[in-house]
Design a protein around this ligand. Structure first.
Ligand code: HEC
Ligand code: HEC
Length: 204
C-alpha cells in the first residue's frame, strides 16, 4: 500500500528538516564566548561598559600585586617589587626558604607594613601566570575568558571567582593599605554584568 510508505517518508522529511535546523542553531553558537546559554542576553555595550569597572579593580594594587608580569610579587600602592624578592616557584607558593606562608599567616598581621594574611596566600602557578600587570583592557578581557589562560575556568567558575578567598582578601588588605577603587559589591555587580552580557572585550 503506497499510503503506508508515504507517512514514514513524510515523517523522515520532518525529522530531517528538524536535524538540519538544529545543526544550524548549534553552529551559530560556536566560536562565540562560552556563555551559559540560559543566560544568553548578549549586550556588547553593557558588557564592555561593565568591564571598565572590572579592569579598574583588577589593575589596582590590591589585585595586581599578586598578578605581576614577572615572577616576583609586588608591594605597595606603587606596586614595587616585593622586598627580598620571593620567587613564584612552580606552584606559586614560593621557592626554598622563601615560602609565602612563612611570612603570610592565615590572618592579617597586626600593624603597618606587616604581611597581609590568608590561608591560601600565593601567586598563580608558573604554568598559568594569569598576568594582569601591563595588560590593556582588550588583552585582559580576552585572557580572562580563555580557559587555557584563566585556570581552566568555564563561565560558571569564572562567575563564582568573584567570591574567591583571595579576591575577598583585596577588601581586607591589612592596616594602612588602600582599598580597591570600588566596593566588593560593586565589583561583583560589574563582573556579572560583563560576563552575563556576553563577556565582550573592549576594542584593542
Ligand atoms: C595573594 C595573592 C592574590 C591576590 C591578593 C589576588 N589574587 Fe587573584 N589569583 C591569585 C591566584 C593564586 C589565582 C589562581 C587561583 C585560581 O585560579 O583559583 C588567582 C586567580 C584570579 C582570577 C582568575 C584568573 C583569570 O585570569 O580568570 C581572577 C579573575 C582574579 N584572581 C582576580 C583577582 C582580584 C579581582 C583580586 C583583587 C580584589 C585578586 N585577584 C587578588 C592570587 C591572588
Ligand atoms: C620574608 C617574609 C616574606 C615572604 C617569604 C613573602 N612575603 Fe609577601 N610580604 C611580606 C611583608 C612584610 C609584606 C608587607 C610589606 C609592606 O607593606 O611594606 C608583604 C607584602 C606582600 C604583598 C603586598 C600586598 C599588597 O596588598 O600590597 C604581596 C602581594 C605579597 N607580599 C605576596 C607574597 C607572595 C606571593 C609570596 C610568596 C611567593 C610572598 N609574599 C613571600 C613578607 C613576605
Amino acid at each position: 500500500m503506497p499510503e503506508r510508505y508515504f507517512l514514514p517518508k513524510k515523517a523522515m522529511f520532518v525529522i530531517g528538516t528538524l536535524l538540519i535546523f538544529l545543526a544550524i542553531v548549534t553552529s551559530a553558537f560556536e566560536g562565540k564566548p562560552a556563555l551559559d546559554k540560559s543566560e544568553n542576553k548578549r549586550d556588547s555595550v553593557a558588557s564592555v561598559s561593565a568591564f571598565r569597572t572590572v579592569y579598574k579593580v583588577l589593575t589596582s594594587p590590591r589585585c595586581m600585586n599578586c598578578h605581576p608580569s614577572g615572577d616576583v610579587p609586588l608591594q605597595g600602592d606603587d606596586s614595587h617589587l616585593h622586598a627580598m624578592l620571593p620567587q613564584r616557584g612552580k606552584d606559586g607558593k614560593g621557592l626554598y626558604a622563601m615560602k609565602c606562608s612563612n611570612c603570610h599567616q592565615p590572618e592579617n598581621s597586626v600593624g603597618v607594613h606587616t604581611p597581609p594574611g590568608n590561608p591560601n596566600w600565593h601567586l598563580p602557578p608558573a604554568d598559568m601566570k594569569m598576568v594582569f600587570q601591563g595588560k590593556t583592557p582588550h588583552e585582559l578581557a580576552k585572557q580572562l575568558i580563555d580557559p587555557a589562560r584563566n585556570g581552566h575556568k568555564n563561565m560558571a567558575k569564572l562567575i563564582a571567582h568573584a567570591d574567591d578567598g583571595l579576591v575577598l582578601a583585596g577588601w581586607n588588605p591589612g592596616e594602612g593599605r588602600t582599598l580597591p577603587p570600588v566596593s566588593h559589591e560593586e565589583f561583583k555587580k560589574a563582573w556579572l554584568a560583563w560576563i552575563q552580557n556576553g563577556a565582550f572585550a573592549p576594542a584593542p
